[in-house]
Design a protein around this ligand. Structure first.
Ligand code: 13P
Length: 294
């Protein structure tokens, strides 16, 4: 069933587990994620970034597909606009049927971030759509800025931010970065800061840049209060690895076989991930308030 992201994350927050939010660029990835979730009896969040939507899939084409697959699912599925940055994209996503929008004004001055987030909350909530915001700034691994702590989320500022904006979930900067880290590099996360943020805020917290973080970091992040983990780079890599493996076995493999192999490979990756972050088998036990828009 398609539900608001708030419904999924509130349950994860109350029961101390993490939910995977996978960036999907085509039907195969969406199907792989949702099938994995059904088989693992886990909630899942399907997300698309604004750039990914405009480059690879147009809203009017992909949204009905995601909705259809989500409605058919036997577990809760939310649909999130990842890194929305302007009013037009946010409104389009809300109107199209996304059940959560992220407003990322984290690289703007603090007051501007507060005002933009407040505006999106005021538009989204009456439509039954929840809102994720970001405070501090999660950069790009390629820039190495995940390794400096000048952009990390400040606890006192976060308290003020959540109280003033009414956002439903907050993406925090504690040491991860988007994309591939340099080979062999594992980020060092600031778990003390995470603990302080969770104590101070109590709401679902989000970890961006889930790829390449390492299993131990992921487990500790979930134990420390992260409830949503964004994964893009590693999911794409799983699809590519599946294709390469098939081509190695059979250089004449056709496009259909390659697509199917990529889908199976993403599905296996998602299932493994769900076990690391503890979302498997949650739905059977869940006293789940669907927060469904209908
Ligand atoms: P990765 O590509 O590092 O997994 O980051 C994904 C992300 O945070 C999307 O918002």
């Amino acid at each position: 069933m398609l539900v608001s992201m708030k419904a999924i994350l509130d349950h994860a927050n109350e029961n101390n587990y993490g939910v995977m939010s996978m960036n999907c660029i085509n039907i195969e990835m969406v199907r792989a994620g949702i099938e994995a979730a059904c088989e693992e009896r886990s909630p899942i969040i399907i997300q698309m970034g604004c750039g990914q939507i405009s480059k690879h899939a147009h809203l009017t084409e992909i949204v009905p597909v995601v909705k259809e697959l989500a409605e058919r699912a036997t577990v809760p599925v939310a649909y999130n606009l990842d890194h929305g940055s302007n009013l037009e994209d946010e409104i389009r996503a809300i109107q199209a049927g996304f059940t959560n929008v992220m407003i990322d004004a984290s690289s703007l001055p603090y007051e501007e971030n507060v005002q933009r987030t407040k505006t999106i909350v005021s538009l989204a909530h009456p439509m039954g759509v929840s809102v994720e915001a970001e405070l501090g700034h999660v950069g790009q691994a390629a820039d190495g800025d995940g390794r400096t702590d000048d952009m990390y989320t400040n606890v006192e500022q976060a308290k003020d931010f959540v109280a003033r904006t009414g956002c439903d979930a907050l993406a925090v900067a504690i040491g991860t970065a988007h994309g591939n880290y340099p080979k062999g590099f594992v980020p060092k996360l600031d778990f003390e800061r995470l603990h302080e943020l969770k104590e101070a805020l109590g709401i679902p917290l989000v970890l961006h840049g889930g790829s390449g973080s390492g299993e131990e970091n992921l487990r500790k992040a979930v134990a420390g209060g992260i409830n949503k983990i964004n994964v893009c780079t590693d999911a794409f890599a799983a699809a590519k690895a599946g294709m390469l493996e098939l081509l190695e076995e059979n250089p004449n493999a056709d496009f259909l076989a390659l697509q199917m192999k990529a889908e199976a490979s993403v599905k296996a990756f998602v299932k493994d991930y769900m076990h690391i972050i503890g979302s498997n088998d949650r739905y059977v036990y869940a006293d789940f308030d669907s927060g469904s828009k209908e």
